[in-house]
Design a protein around this ligand. Structure first.
Ligand code: HPA
Length: 268
C-alpha cells in the first residue's frame, strides 16, 4: 500500500470506523439518491487528498461509508469522467482505497443511451461485456506486469447471476447487453451509433469501462448496470442532452434501488 493510500484509509476509518467494507458502489448521473439511504458517514471528496474534483452536475461528490440492508458499503456519489480532464485513470485512487478498505467487489452504475429498440428510457441494462470504443486505457503508464489484465470475464458471471436473480425477485426487468464507452463530452453522431451497433454495442455511455478495467487490475470483482435515459443518437426524434439525462435518470434509479437492496439483503 502506498503512503497516500494508507493515509486515506486511516483518515476514512477515523471517521467511519475500521470494520471492513464489503462492497463498493459508484453512482452514475442522476443516480445519487441511493447514497442518502446509507446509514453512515459522508465524507466530501474535497476532504480526501487526491480524490477527484468532480465538476459534472447531477453528481454528488461524497464518499459514504456505512450500512445498506445490513451490508457495509462504500458509496462513491460521483466519479470523474475521462472527458473532464483527459485522465482515464481518474478513479484509480478511489478504487485503490476501496480495495484497501476491505472490499471484494464493485458495482458501477451509469446513465446510458440505448441502441436496442427493446430496451427503452427508464429501463435498466446489466452489462455482460463492454467495447472500449474510445481506445483509451487507465493502465497506460502502469509499469508492472499486472497491467496485462485479462478481461474475458471482467463482468463477473456470479455477480451478474446474483443481480439477475434479485431483479427477478423484485419484478424488475434486467436485460443484459454490451456497453460501448464513448469518450464524450459531446454526444455521439448517428453514424457513430450505427458503427457501434455493427460492432455489437447495445448501449452507449461516457463512463464505467475505465473503472471496470481498474477494478479488475486491483482484484475487485465487478458488475455494472446502466440506467437507460434515452435512445441513442439518430434512433428517435427526442433531443439528447445532459438535462434530459438528469431528468430521466430517476426513473431507472428507483428500479436500481430495488434491485440493489434485494441483492445486498439476500446475496451478500
Ligand atoms: N450517449 C452517451 N452517454 C449517455 C447517453 C448517450 O446517448 N445517455 C446518457 N449518457
Amino acid at each position: 500500500m502506498t503512503d497516500q493510500t494508507a493515509a486515506l484509509v486511516a483518515q476514512i476509518q477515523a471517521h467511519a470506523g475500521s470494520a471492513p467494507v464489503k462492497l463498493g458502489l459508484i453512482l452514475g448521473s442522476g443516480l445519487g439518491h441511493l447514497a442518502q439511504a446509507v446509514q453512515g458517514v459522508a465524507i466530501p471528496y474535497g476532504d480526501l487528498p487526491g480524490f477527484p474534483h468532480v465538476g459534472v452536475s447531477g453528481h454528488n461528490p461524497h464518499l459514504v461509508i456505512g450500512d445498506l440492508e445490513g451490508v457495509r458499503v462504500a458509496v462513491f456519489g460521483a466519479r470523474e469522467h475521462y472527458y473532464e480532464n483527459g485522465n482515464a485513470a481518474a478513479m484509480r485512487l478511489p478504487l485503490t482505497v476501496l480495495k484497501a478498505l476491505g472490499a471484494e467487489a464493485l458495482i458501477a452504475t451509469n446513465a446510458a443511451g440505448s441502441l436496442r429498440p427493446d430496451i427503452r428510457p427508464g429501463d435498466l441494462m446489466l452489462l455482460n461485456d463492454h467495447i472500449n470504443f474510445s481506445g483509451l486505457n487507465p493502465l497506460i503508464g502502469e509499469k508492472t506486469d499486472a497491467r496485462f489484465v485479462p478481461m474475458t470475464t471482467a463482468h463477473d458471471p456470479d455477480l451478474r447471476a446474483a443481480l439477475k436473480a434479485s431483479a427477478k425477485a423484485v419484478g424488475v426487468a434486467l436485460p443484459e447487453g454490451v456497453y460501448a464507452w464513448y469518450s464524450g463530452p459531446s454526444f455521439e453522431t448517428p453514424a457513430e451509433i450505427r458503427a457501434i451497433k455493427i460492432l455489437g454495442g447495445d448501449a452507449v455511455g461516457m463512463s464505467t469501462v475505465p473503472e471496470v478495467i481498474l477494478a479488475r487490475f486491483l482484484g475487485l470483482k465487478v458488475a455494472a448496470i446502466s440506467s437507460i435515459t434515452n435512445m441513442a443518437a439518430g434512433m428517435s426524434d427526442e433531443q439528447i442532452s445532459h438535462e434530459h439525462t438528469k431528468a430521466m435518470a430517476p426513473l431507472g434509479a428507483a428500479k436500481l434501488e430495488q434491485v440493489l437492496r434485494h441483492f445486498l439483503r439476500t446475496q451478500l
